[in-house]
Design a protein around this ligand. Structure first.
Ligand code: 0O2
Length: 206
């Protein structure tokens, strides 16, 4: 049982701080090499205690098994400019030996009924503590800026209580998500076209 929530959450906060720094470091490495980074920006959050308790009830998770059964107490989010960047980031993460992937959920191509899109990676992270190593469960959500725009606003309208959404609102949110996805596809096509033009010009001058 959790006696003190601050003590319980401390290692999650530590893991979150370290991971945020490391993920931002990936962006710095690309920029340092003079390349475009597939990571635009990184955010993190520790799940609020109220939200942990609500999920415990909803998912029938025993308080004594929180560290093993609740995978998103430590949550990180990576925002990308383009759709392809999502999968580039996934490949980069798969190669790391400090991110032991347990599960991947591709809600980019299999969007949720709400219209939600994002790529989720559930993993364990070896946190070094004074008493030794401890595996911390965490989740990274990877999404485009357009997906983030939609999810942020939809979340603030509260996706956990879809029954408060009249069917018409539900449909409009789904349709807004489709519009955001079309925007992502259009931006990707524009980039691909510009890349092709650039390559043609380069080839001409060689
Ligand atoms: P917050 O504030 O982002 O932490 P569950 O956590 O039980 O709802 P599950 O199956 O454990 O869901 O994990 P899932 O669905 O892979 O990921 C849950 C998280 O994904 C949510 O965390 C949201 O961040 C995001 N998410 C999933 N579905 C939706 C959706 O329809 N709309 C929006 N806006 N976000 C979604 P939290 O804890 O609910 O929120």
């Amino acid at each position: 049982m959790v006696e003190n929530w601050d003590d319980f959450l401390f290692p999650y906060q530590e893991a979150s701080n370290e991971l945020k720094l490391k993920l931002r470091g990936i962006r710095s490495q690309y920029l340092e090499r003079g390349e475009r980074s597939p990571i635009e920006f990184v955010t993190s959050r520790i799940k609020p205690v109220d939200s942990i308790k609500e999920k415990m009830q909803r998912r029938h998770i025993d308080e004594s098994r929180l560290s093993e059964d609740m995978e998103d107490i430590c949550g990180l989010r990576i925002m990308c400019e383009f759709l392809d960047d999502i999968y580039t980031v996934v490949d980069v993460l798969r190669k790391r030996n400090d991110i032991n992937i347990l599960e991947e959920r591709d809600y980019v191509h299999n969007e949720k009924a709400s219209g939600y899109r994002s790529y989720h990676i559930v993993f364990s992270y070896p946190l070094q503590l004074v008493d030794g190593q401890r595996e911390i469960l965490a989740e990274i959500q990877i999404r485009t800026l357009a997906m983030n725009f939609w999810a942020t606003i939809e979340h603030s309208l509260n996706y956990k209580h879809p029954d408060v959404f009249p069917p018409e609102v539900h449909e409009r949110l789904q349709s807004a998500s489709e519009t955001a996805y079309k925007l992502d596809e259009e931006m990707s096509e524009i980039k691909q076209e510009l890349d092709r033009d650039l390559k043609k010009q380069k080839d001409k001058h060689e």
